[in-house]
Design a protein around this ligand. Structure first.
Ligand SMILES: *[C@@H]1O[C@H](CO)[C@@H](O)[C@H](O)[C@H]1NC(C)=O
Ligand SMILES: *[C@@H]1O[C@H](CO)[C@@H](O)[C@H](O)[C@H]1NC(C)=O
Ligand SMILES: *[C@@H]1O[C@H](CO)[C@@H](O)[C@H](O)[C@H]1NC(C)=O
Ligand SMILES: *[C@@H]1O[C@H](CO)[C@@H](O)[C@H](O)[C@H]1NC(C)=O
Ligand SMILES: *[C@@H]1O[C@H](CO)[C@@H](O)[C@H](O)[C@H]1NC(C)=O
Ligand SMILES: *[C@@H]1O[C@H](CO)[C@@H](O)[C@H](O)[C@H]1NC(C)=O
Ligand SMILES: *[C@@H]1O[C@H](CO)[C@@H](O)[C@H](O)[C@H]1NC(C)=O
Length: 389
């Protein structure tokens, strides 16, 4: 295929544009992709010094499991990087340490989450009846303590003691897929990710299951960039704050809604909620698309203080005419289920206005939520600036 010259020039220029740091924060992506390149002789080639290697088989690996490497780290503020070689790892990961931690997945295609080579797999669901809380089903847990991570009940979850510390203040994954493979359809809560009282950035990563895929709980701040979340029922849920940028929300069926959020009655300023920006809602395949045309909801309120916004996001024809749906009964005015400049066959303004569940925001109404810096209340140092706000 003949490539037009102008395009080639652009491609040559782009890396330099991207490499411009937006501010003084460290820009990680160039460093991470070099380290992630597959270099079988010396897998740590191009990695930050001190990077820990994980592989079940490579002779240079220090650990055969990812959690083994995590458990070797001190519970302090030091920064660490773990490189994981391609393969399937059947284990639960649990990060409680406060210091920065980056998990890198080996890949020659760091810009394409569809080609990730590292899978972390776990099969557990609350419907098994053996767990006292959804968190125990999670493939990846990021929280300072068990109580802080519990889904709990009520608008703020399980109360934790005042002196509970904040967990990881800068946790990151690059090119890693987290799959809860308990069932091939919605079978009750079965988390891929549970993040509470921590800051987590997920880049070119994947979260796959069917129900309650990504949970962002108490004081959790989660940022997803160029990542994939595939689910069926309430697959983004919680009561912390989450921002999805250039992500694919993949419908494997529909049930509940894509977002099931709740808010807390608090006198503190907060922007608890889930914000989906410059992203796309897509069916997993053509049979899902055919079987669910006009049936899948953008969300439903877990409590009256649900806040979610789909902004500048493509909505496939699987999305239901009303956009959102109620949980039970009428939707109170405190519920904030919104769209801003959503587009695509799933966005039918006439149908939205019939039920009036969604708020269709104008630019002024969107403005207070229009960047990660705004919704995370200025706390964004943990976001990779290259993909960041
Ligand atoms: C690794 O896991 C994926 C996803 O569940 C699966 O499709 C694949 O068959 C597994 N590969 C091996 C070698 O077990
Ligand atoms: C995560 O690890 C902490 C510290 O070891 C532990 O107390 C907690 O129970 C673990 N969480 C889960 C869900 O297993
Ligand atoms: C965790 O919560 C339980 C039940 O609410 C409580 O009994 C326990 O003391 C808490 N544990 C810690 C370490 O705070
Ligand atoms: C389509 O995706 C759904 C959900 O992941 C799956 O159950 C089904 O087998 C897929 N169908 C085809 C034809 O691949
Ligand atoms: C928030 O507080 C008000 C006033 O106390 C109460 O009516 C409402 O039910 C509370 N909402 C939630 C979600 O707890
Ligand atoms: C839609 O609902 C809002 C309250 O959420 C109300 O203020 C507005 O008047 C309603 N619009 C229509 C057309 O019914
Ligand atoms: C949009 O919704 C209206 C009202 O439900 C319906 O009559 C119309 O056919 C829909 N348009 C499309 C393109 O689906």
């Amino acid at each position: 295929m003949k490539v037009p010259v102008i395009k080639v020039l652009w491609l040559a220029v782009l890396p330099f544009i991207w490499a411009q740091p937006l501010d003084n924060n460290v820009d990680n992506r160039d460093k991470t992709s070099l380290c992630q390149q597959r270099t079988p002789e010396n897998p740590l080639h191009g990695c930050p010094s001190g990077t820990i290697l994980v592989s079940p088989s490579h002779q240079k690996a220090s650990f055969s499991t990812i959690q083994g490497a995590i458990d070797s780290l001190p519970q302090d503020d030091s920064s660490h990087t773990i490189l994981i070689l391609g393969g399937n790892y059947t284990e639960q990961l649990n990060i409680t340490r406060p210091g920065p931690l980056t998990l890198l997945g080996e890949t020659n295609h760091p810009e394409d989450a569809r080609r990730n080579t590292v899978n972390v797999l776990w099969a557990a669901a609350t419907s098994q009846g053996i767990y006292t809380d959804n968190v125990f089903t999670s493939v990846l847990i990021v929280a300072p303590s068990l109580n802080a991570s519990l889904t709990g009940y009520g608008p703020t979850g399980l109360p934790v003691p005042e002196d509970t510390p904040f967990g990881c203040r800068d946790f990151r994954t690059y090119n890693i897929d987290f799959r809860n493979v308990y069932a091939n359809q919605a079978a009750g809560p079965a988390h891929a990710l549970s993040l509470s009282r921590a800051n987590g950035g997920f880049y070119h990563s994947g979260f796959y299951n069917f129900q309650d895929t990504v949970f962002v709980g108490k004081l959790g701040n989660a940022y997803f960039h160029s990542s994939i979340v595939a689910g069926q029922t309430d697959f983004l849920y919680g009561f912390g704050t989450a921002w999805f940028e250039q992500c694919d929300l993949v419908l494997r069926g529909c049930g509940g809604g894509i977002t099931a959020w709740k808010g807390a009655n608090t006198t503190d300023e907060n922007k608890f909620g889930v914000y989906i920006h410059n992203s796309a809602i897509k069916p997993a395949n053509s049979s899902v698309a055919e079987g669910n045309h006009g049936k899948c909801a953008l969300g439903r309120p877990w409590n009256d203080l649900h806040r979610s916004i789909f902004a500048n996001t493509f909505e496939d024809g699987t999305v239901i005419g009303s956009g959102y749906v109620p949980w039970t009964g009428p939707i109170p005015t405190s519920t904030f289920m919104a769209e801003f400049e959503a587009y695509g066959p799933g966005f039918n303004l006439t149908a939205r206005n019939v039920d009036n569940y969604s708020r269709i925001l104008d630019a002024d109404e969107w403005k207070p939520y229009s960047s990660p810096k705004k919704v995370f209340l200025g706390n964004v140092g943990w976001i990779d600036r290259k993909s960041g706000p």
